[in-house]
Design a protein around this ligand. Structure first.
Ligand SMILES: *[C@@H]1O[C@H](CO)[C@@H](O)[C@H](O)[C@H]1NC(C)=O
Ligand SMILES: *[C@@H]1O[C@H](CO)[C@@H](O)[C@H](O)[C@H]1NC(C)=O
Ligand SMILES: CC(=O)N[C@H]1CO[C@H](CO)[C@@H](O)[C@@H]1O
Ligand SMILES: [Zn+2]
Length: 604
């Protein structure tokens, strides 16, 4: 199968056919050839060194794991799309049952590794992945942990603010207020209100979660505790990661600071005009409620305030979407069309029938978007989200023939970056013209429009970088015990100020637990994955085309991630080059808008 894909890849590459680029012929670049060679090596290597004697056992273990994962995923979907006690109980039971099976596979895998010190290659990689586990050894603790997980999730999912007999949920009411309101009181009310109804109720549960998971990681033989298993799960090793991320952030920081300085300048003058007495923080930070998003994680909603060329009209994509694609399903269709156009997979009938794509009104659901459930609204943000989430499904489908232990991204960042890479190609002005969401004519001010467009991208991608970094940085320190529960809030805001340069609009105390206001903390789900941004626009100079892309996805987690990364980007280390390159024209423009002494903030 792999050989076939490879052959097709070669065929397409030598023809230089790039379906996404008006079928324009291109010659094969050195880069493409290099990547193809790496791919060849990977495939050949795989067939050589598998230990035959272990194959039957591995096959059986993979099948067991597949079955329980499938059942657990199904129960989770049932719970998240119909949150009630009965479904919580079922999910809990499934978790306990899964833990029993996993425990057996894990201890067998550990025994096999001990008894066969010479095993290497693929069999070893499979065994090591199977042996990786930090489930508590005591089944009472397993169940207690399950309960903590579902309680945390349910606090987040059910949280609402009430005012004047009206109910405000995160989606869509509060997120719309944060996006659209320019009223200081209203913004502050929503910002504080959301934190009041989430964090404080979670704090003790979270403390327990950290304690139990850390202890059980140690019990399982990981001396580094939960931090070690957490990182092993996402990256397959803990080596050198901290430095890699630190270096990456160092490279990206100047770009972020420039954007921050410009945005602060515009916001300051905007709100001073509107509220003459309003005082902006004098430490150089931006109040976290003014950035168009509940977590100040992406700032694209304040484009109206910070647009480089305010007089150049931004095409109204939201209205065009509502007009041309009136049903949520239409947006999913649009995304599917794009994926199939670059040689990837169609969604299955089960996807179309079984997914939750709008919020049902007869039950509580988890609206936080995932691949097969979201509470879709017709707008550009959701169009991007849909491409992102469908990227996960494409990846799932691509590695479906791998053994169960490999059915995962090369590392968690790959999973997040696939859909984003696609979305980046979709959200270009050129493509938006093709799908008739913006008028298909050349305007006299292309440069200004490009700059505005790039700003919008920067507000969602560049602004996101420090946030994507700090959430897990905070958790690594919490797991390792460097941050104590009594300092949860203090350390959180230290990082928010240090990395993002944003500050709380009202004073916080240790009664608050502001990390809990963000889904991934109560959901206990990794975040650094979103920090990866490859910025390799499909079919541009980076030169990957459909089939090669597919081949990469098919590998799943079967190879160490630097191998797969090299195939995708030509480099073995995550680096910031392509994103910096992508935003260079905007950064050049921004440099002329702010002076040196306007850049940065205290504690930075
Ligand atoms: C669609 O889903 C419903 C329930 O989720 C199921 O009863 C039905 O058989 C499904 N239909 C198809 C065609 O898969
Ligand atoms: C987790 O376990 C490690 C290893 O024993 C320990 O150093 C660390 O302090 C623990 N973390 C917490 C939060 O207790
Ligand atoms: C930014 C902020 O409000 N931080 C507060 C967090 O809580 C500590 C107490 O632990 C306060 O001293 C900080 O002011
Ligand atoms: Zn995702």
């Amino acid at each position: 199968m792999k050989q076939l894909v490879l052959f097709l890849g070669l065929l397409f590459l030598t023809q230089g056919l790039c379906q996404n680029d008006n079928n324009k012929k291109k010659s094969v670049s050195n880069n493409q050839l290099k990547r193809l060679l790496i791919l060849l090596q990977i495939v050949v290597e795989e067939n050589e060194n598998s230990d035959q004697s272990l194959i039957p056992w591995l096959k059986d273990a993979n099948e067991k794991l597949r079955k329980i994962h499938e059942n657990e995923a199904y129960m989770e979907f049932q719970y998240e799309t119909d949150i009630n006690d009965e479904n919580a109980q079922k999910l809990n039971d499934a978790g306990v049952k899964a833990a029993e099976v996993i425990k057996i596979v894990v201890s067998e895998a550990r025994r096999l590794l001990r008894d066969n010190p010479d095993v290497d290659g693929d069999a070893k990689r499979q065994l090591q992945r199977m042996a990786l586990d930090d489930t508590p050894l005591d089944s009472n603790l397993v169940s207690q942990l399950q309960k903590i997980h579902s309680d945390l999730e349910s606090i987040y999912a059910k949280a609402v603010i009430k005012k004047d007999g009206k109910t405000f949920r995160m989606e869509p009411e509060l997120s719309q207020i944060m996006a659209k309101s320019r009223d200081l009181d209203e913004l502050k009310w929503a910002w504080q209100g959301w934190r009041d109804v989430t964090g404080p109720q979670m704090k003790n549960l979270y403390k327990e979660l950290v304690r139990i998971t850390n202890t059980s990681a140690v019990e399982n033989g990981y001396t580094g505790g939960r931090k070690e298993t957490w990182l092993l799960n996402q990256f397959g090793s803990t080596e050198n990661l901290k430095n890699q991320f630190q270096n990456l952030w160092r490279e990206l920081k100047p770009m972020y600071q420039l954007l921050h300085a410009f945005v602060r300048k515009r916001l300051k003058s905007f709100y001073r005009n509107k509220y003459p007495g309003y005082i902006f923080p004098d430490d150089g930070t931006i109040p976290a409620h003014l950035l168009g998003n509940m977590w100040a994680q992406q700032w694209n909603n304040i484009l109206d305030v910070v647009k480089p060329f305010p007089n150049v009209k931004t095409p109204d994509v939201d209205t065009a979407l509502k007009h041309r694609y009136p049903k949520p399903k239409d947006l999913f269709q649009l995304a599917e069309d794009f994926y199939t156009s670059i040689g990837l997979y169609k969604m299955t009938p089960k996807f179309w029938n079984g997914s939750m794509i709008v919020r049902p009104d007869d039950r509580e659901v988890q609206c936080h978007a995932s691949a097969i459930k979201m509470c879709t609204e017709i707008n550009k943000d959701y169009l991007e989200t849909i491409h992102h989430e469908m990227g996960h499904i494409e990846y799932f489908m691509a590695y479906r023939n791998q053994p169960e232990v490999y059915r995962d991204g090369a590392n968690c960042g790959f999973h997040e970056a696939i859909g984003d890479t696609i979305a980046l190609s979709v959200m270009t002005r050129k493509h938006l013209k093709t799908i008739k969401l913006i008028p298909n004519k050349k305007s006299f001010n292309e440069h200004e429009m490009d700059m505005n467009f790039l700003m919008e991208e920067a507000l969602s991608k560049v602004a996101f970088l420090p946030y994507g970094y700090l959430i897990d940085k905070w958790r690594w320190d919490v797991f390792s015990g460097r941050i104590k529960p009594e300092d949860y809030n203090k350390s959180w805001w230290n990082m928010r100020i240090h990395y993002q340069g944003v500050s709380p609009p009202v004073s916080r105390s240790e009664q608050d637990f502001d990390p809990g206001a963000k889904f991934h903390i109560p959901a206990d789900s990794p975040y650094i994955c979103y920090f990866f941004q490859f910025y390799e626009t499909l079919c541009k100079e980076s030169g990957h085309s459909g089939p090669l892309h597919t081949a990469m996805l098919e590998l799943g987690a079967s190879k160490p991630w630097p191998d797969t990364l090299e195939m995708f980007t030509g480099s073995r280390e995550i680096n910031a080059k392509s994103i910096i390159q992508y935003f260079r024209p905007l950064m050049t423009w921004l440099k002329n808008q702010v002076s040196e002494n306007e850049i940065g903030w205290q504690d930075n």
